[in-house]
Design a protein around this ligand. Structure first.
Ligand code: C2E
Ligand code: MG
Ligand code: MG
Ligand code: MG
Length: 314
């Protein structure tokens, strides 16, 4: 009887499980050659300060409301840096989202080699920008929880040192969930990296279970409010606004600056401005694009090489 139901259960789930297991295997195998076949590339998405004043200065300039032309049109906003986002184009599987392949690379351990490539490529890109006489833009890159190992800091120092890039040019984004996996180790890594001159941002903040109580533990420069909360600024019941407001107040009290991710609408931008959010990032202001397409963003924005203290702090 039990055997019978067990078999039925198995048969019931089999097709879906089979399909996802097959996809997983396909992706994992394809990932094995992705590095050597140079199928990865990086896109870069701008982060802006100065949402005060000039609110309507350029955002409405782009008709689609989400182009880089829109961001570039705004001279009022100050570019504070760009975030590197990994892109993978496979000849048969096509463009695959990091949302799909990063978790697979994490489970297989491939993320270590991939993360190493991302850091090297970011350094190479910084050099290309510098050699072209560009502004000394700061580049943020995402770290996987799997990279939060004891040897992380040494390996970063080695790569960045070999590339002769100043740590001031780099920021590492660590998700709240990743930071919370091992608070002691994360605190040590964050402190070590910051002592060396790298900046740290806590990414996707508000989606983990730890949240506010643990934030003080990580003395990092930035926290990035997850775009889930940014999207909730649209709600008429004001609960989204209350949460974002609380996160900003706490971060400021702890001396951190706040970046809102996923800003898609003029209304969200205005709400964030009224809540004293320091920086914004999102499709409204600029989508992630390949390096050459950033030229306009660099040209048409104010840019501060050395970010000052969060403007809302006293
Ligand atoms: P993330 O670090 O939170 O990056 C933000 C994601 O939101 C990016 O998706 C970006 O394209 C998207 N985004 C930005 N603005 C908007 C907006 O206004 N609306 C909407 N709907 N989305 C917006 P992407 O590039 O697909 O990356 C997804 C996640 O994959 C990243 O989330 C990050 O966790 C991970 N990831 C990307 N590149 C890397 C990498 O090099 N290493 C590691 N470990 N993870 C990466
Ligand atoms: Mg990020
Ligand atoms: Mg994020
Ligand atoms: Mg996010």
């Amino acid at each position: 009887e039990a055997k019978q139901s067990g078999r039925n259960t198995y048969r019931f789930f089999e097709p879906a499980m089979h399909a996802s297991a097959m996809r997983h295997l396909t992706v994992r195998q394809a990932l094995q050659e992705a590095l050597e076949k140079q199928q990865f590339s990086l896109h870069f998405q701008p982060k802006y300060r100065g949402i005060h004043g000039g609110l309507n200065g350029g955002v409405n300039g782009g008709t689609s409301g989400g182009t880089n032309a829109a961001a570039a049109a705004s001279g009022e906003r100050e570019l504070t840096g760009v975030e590197a986002l990994l892109r993978w184009k496979h000849p048969e599987l096509g463009d695959m989202s990091p949302v799909e392949f990063i978790p697979i690379a994490e489970r297989s351990g491939q993320i270590i080699a991939i993360g190493d490539w991302v850091l090297r490529e970011v350094c190479a890109q910084i050099k290309r920008w510098d050699e072209a006489g560009g502004k000394p833009v700061k580049v943020a890159l995402n770290l996987s929880p799997l990279q939060m190992r004891p040897d992380l800091v040494d390996s970063i120092v080695r790569v960045v040192g070999e590339a002769r890039i100043s740590p001031q040019r780099l920021m590492f984004e660590i998700t709240e969930t990743a930071a919370m996996k091992n608070v002691e180790r994360s605190t040590r890594i964050i402190n070590d990296l910051q002592a060396l001159g790298f900046d740290i941002a806590i990414d996707d903040f508000g989606t983990g279970y730890s949240s506010l109580a643990y934030l003080a533990q990580f003395h990092c420069r930035q926290i990035k409010i997850d775009r889930f909360f940014t999207s909730r600024l649209e709600l008429s019941d004001h609960s989204g606004r209350a949460i974002v407001s609380a996160i900003i107040a706490l971060a400021h009290a702890l001396g951190m600056e706040v970046v809102a991710e996923g800003v898609e609408t003029e209304h969200q931008l205005q709400e964030l401005q009224s809540l004293n959010c320091d920086q914004v990032q999102g499709f409204l202001l600029g989508r992630p694009v390949a390096a050459p397409l950033l030229a306009d963003v660099f040209d048409d924005c104010l840019y501060s090489a050395a970010p000052q203290q969060a403007s809302r702090l006293h």
